[in-house]
Ligand binder design. Structure first.
Ligand code: HEC
Ligand code: HEC
Ligand code: HEC
Ligand code: HEC
Length: 209
């Protein structure tokens, strides 16, 4: 009796193996080479099959299109507490810097470039505080403040466009959302301090679910 079961078992094992081998063989014939297979199976990789749309629905974003790179960045205007600036900046700045007005923005200290290179009005527009200002006095939307930075930091800017500097958020699947410069660098004090790790790697703590 025992032998009989072993016999059945062996036969079915062989059958499964043949079927498996046959199907492998079949797939191998479908493509002439590994390169063909990769090309064929990755055809629809961008766009159709996977998307991160449902993971980003709750985020307010703006689409940007620069030198052939199109992607989303988080909205800033809804995050800046003192926006809209025109709540107070009802007159040109020169007229507001008088005894009539108390000194404002005492909490902002400029620690960026030296005072020969930069002051508040290098980036802000005394005539139109709701917009930033380029070095050639063009108006820049607060959501597009990366344009401001790109004037002087081309290297990091180009790396950022390509995705090498900065951080992509939510998902690797398209559409792409990347943090913008001011999400990480305070424009008034952009340098990031180097720091020690919060703890040494001596404890085993479960950090990921
Ligand atoms: C609560 C009122 C208030 C709001 C809101 C406000 N400001 Fe001002 N700001 C002032 C006053 C008053 C002055 C003039 C006195 C001074 O220079 O400190 C001023 C001055 C400034 C100056 C010149 C500072 C200097 O030292 O030369 C800049 C730049 C500026 N504001 C930018 C902004 C921007 C950008 C926003 C919006 C994101 C904004 N402010 C929103 C009240 C305000
Ligand atoms: C290098 C360019 C640059 C310079 C110089 C600069 N700012 Fe700004 N400032 C920005 C950008 C960009 C933002 C928007 C940041 C964001 O999106 O959070 C901003 C935001 C602000 C805001 C609103 C946010 C807040 O922190 O309340 C105020 C007010 C402001 N700046 C005032 C000033 C004053 C006053 C000076 C001079 C002491 C100054 N800025 C110098 C680029 C600059
Ligand atoms: C007008 C030119 C100019 C603009 C506009 C400008 N920067 Fe700068 N930035 C400088 C200069 C000059 C320095 C000082 C470089 C140094 O110390 O080596 C600097 C320093 C920095 C640093 C520190 C670099 C370091 O080595 O620690 C960072 C980060 C930075 N900027 C980010 C930004 C961001 C983000 C923006 C846009 C909000 C911006 N900058 C806009 C000129 C500019
Ligand atoms: C996800 C966060 C993040 C974003 C977004 C980001 N940076 Fe940085 N940036 C960093 C970090 C981290 C460093 C490295 C600091 C260090 O090495 O001490 C850095 C360094 C820099 C430096 C100093 C020079 C260097 O390479 O060490 C400059 C200038 C700079 N960034 C500009 C920018 C500009 C301009 C943008 C937008 C186009 C930008 N950054 C976007 C995080 C960011």
């Amino acid at each position: 009796m025992n032998n009989y079961f072993q016999y059945i078992y062996k036969i079915s094992y062989c059958l499964v193996l043949t079927v498996l081998l046959a199907s492998c063989k079949h797939n191998e014939e479908k493509y002439h080479s590994v390169t063909d297979k990769i090309n064929a199976e990755s055809k629809n990789y961008h766009g159709t099959s996977i998307s991160s749309k449902k993971y980003i629905e709750d985020l307010k974003t703006v689409e940007i299109n620069e030198s052939g790179h199109t992607f989303l960045i988080p909205d800033r205007k809804s995050k800046i507490e003192s926006y809209a600036c025109t709540d107070c900046h009802t007159k040109p700045l020169a007229k507001m810097q008088s005894k009539e007005f108390k000194k404002a923005h005492w909490n902002i200290e400029l620690k960026h470039a030296d005072s020969l290179t930069m002051n508040c009005l290098t980036c802000h527009n005394g005539q139109d505080m709701n917009h930033l200002k380029s070095l050639t006095a063009e108006s820049i939307d607060f959501n597009n403040s990366y344009k401001l930075c790109s004037q002087c930091h081309q290297k990091q800017y180009k790396d950022w466009l390509g995705g090498a500097h900065g951080k992509r958020i939510r998902s690797w699947a398209p559409p792409r959302i990347s943090m913008t410069c001011v999400n990480c660098h305070n424009p008034h004090s952009p340098s990031l301090e180097s720091r020690w790790p919060a703890r040494f790697n001596t404890q085993k703590i479960k950090e990921r679910k």
